[in-house]
Design a binder for this molecule. Sequence first.
Ligand SMILES: Cc1cc2nc3c(=O)[nH]c(=O)nc-3n(C[C@H](O)[C@H](O)[C@H](O)COP(=O)(O)OP(=O)(O)OC[C@H]3O[C@@H](n4cnc5c(N)ncnc54)[C@H](O)[C@@H]3O)c2cc1C
Length: 416
Amino acid sequence: MNQPVRTPAVAIIGAGPSGLRAAADLAATLKGDVLVLDREAEPGGIPRHCYHPGYGIRDLHRFISGPRYAGILVDRATKAGADIVTRAMVTGWTPGGALQVTTPQGRFQVQAKATILATGARERPRTARRIPGDRPAGVYTTGELQNLVHLHHQKVGTRAVVVGAELVSWSAALTLRHAGCKTVLMTTEYPSPDVYRLFSAFGGPFFRTRVATTTRVRRVIGRGRVQGVEIENLATGNREVVPCDTVVFTGAWIPDHELARSGGVAIDPHTLGPTVDTALRTARDGIFAIGNLVHPVDTADGAALDGAHVAPHVLQYLDGRQPATAGIDLAPGQGFKWVAPTRFRPGDTGPARGVLLLWPDQLRNRPTVVARQDGREIGRVSTWWPAAPGRVYRIPYGLLNGAKASAGTVTVSLQS
Ligand SMILES: Cc1cc2nc3c(=O)[nH]c(=O)nc-3n(C[C@H](O)[C@H](O)[C@H](O)COP(=O)(O)OP(=O)(O)OC[C@H]3O[C@@H](n4cnc5c(N)ncnc54)[C@H](O)[C@@H]3O)c2cc1C
C-alpha cells in the first residue's frame, strides 16, 4: 500500500533540547516547513523527567527545572512555526533516502531536503555492563528511574545503591530521595568521585551517602526483588555485600545511533555517534547531527546551543553551499575517551561555542592539553579548570590553529 509522503524543507528527528532549538531557529527564518518527529507522547526529551533545577544556564541564562526548560523550548519552536509530531517513531530509511515513520495512526514517509538527527544518548543498562548475578526486579538506569517516579508516579524501594558518581548519579540520588528511597552507597571505579568537588563534598552529607571509590559492582543478588549487591575494592580485592532493594546504573553513555547507522551515516569509533565536522555536517550529504548524539553527554544547554549552531549551516546547505575539502580528522589521544567534533577544516566555521569537547578518563586538576599532527606538536593549552571523568571537558578551538590541511589526523592528548 502506498504510504503518505510529507516533504518538509527540514526534518528533525528528536524533540529534545538540541532538536527543539534547531527547529525554533530554522522555522523563524526558513521558507518551507520544519517538521520535528519524536517517539514520545510529549516533546522535550530528557529534561521532561528531570525535576531538579540546573537547566538553561548557558542558553536561556536561567536556572530552572527540566520540565520548565523543556516547556520553554517547545513553546519557542511551536511559536516559530515548527510542526512537532509526537508518538512518531522514525524506524528507518526507504531505499530512496526518505524517513520511515510509524505512529499510532499509521505509517508515513518524510522526504526532506535536509535532515537533522537529534536522537540523544542513553545510559548503558546493566546487561550492557556485563554485571553477573541474579536478574531481580528493582534495577534501573537513571532515565528509567526518573520516568517511573516523575512521569508515572510509581514507588521504588527504600535502600538504593547508585552505580556511578557522575553528575547524573547525583540526579538519580535526588529522584530516589523524592521517592522516599535512601541512597546507601554510590560506587565509582575511579580513585576520586567523578564530579565537581562541590558535589561530592556536600552531596555525601546531604544524602547521608557513602561514596566508594576504586570500587566495582561484582554481582547483583536477589530472587524476585534485589536484596543486595556485591562490591569489590579494585585496589585491595576485598569484597562486601551491601543490602539494598534498588540498584541504579548511571552514566556510561552511548549515543542513540541506530537510526544514523541504518542510514549509512559514518560513525566515529570513539564517541560512537556520527562523525561530524565543526558545522555539525555528517559524512552523508544533507544530513546533520547535533546534541548528545554526537557528544555523549554534555549538559542540555550545550545540546541546545548545537541546535542554534547548526541552523545557519542547514540554511547554507539548502542554498547549495557546501565545503570544498574533505577536512582533517580529529582523534582522542592519551587521557581522553573521545573528542567532538571529529573533523575540521582550516578556514571553515569554528565549532559550536568555539570549543572542542573531550571526555577525560583520568582526573587532572590543572591539565595541559597537547595537539599533534604527523608526530609534530601543533598546539598546547593549559586550563585552570580540571579535566575529570564523568563530565565534558571544554577547551578553546584555537588549539588547532597550527594544523595543516595535508598533514593527516590531529590527536589531542592530556600531557602526562
Ligand atoms: C538524569 C539526568 C539529569 C540531567 N540533569 C541535567 C541538568 O541538571 N542540567 C543540564 O543542563 N542537563 C542535564 N542533563 C543532560 C540533558 O538532559 C541532556 O544533555 C539533553 O537532554 C540532551 O539533549 P538532546 O536533544 O541531545 O537529547 P535528548 O534530550 O535525549 O532528546 C532526544 C529525543 O530524541 C527522541 N528520539 C530518539 N530516537 C528517536 C527516533 N528514532 N524517532 C523519534 N524520536 C526519537 C527521544 O524520544 C528524545 O525525545 C541530565 C541528564 C540526565 C539523564
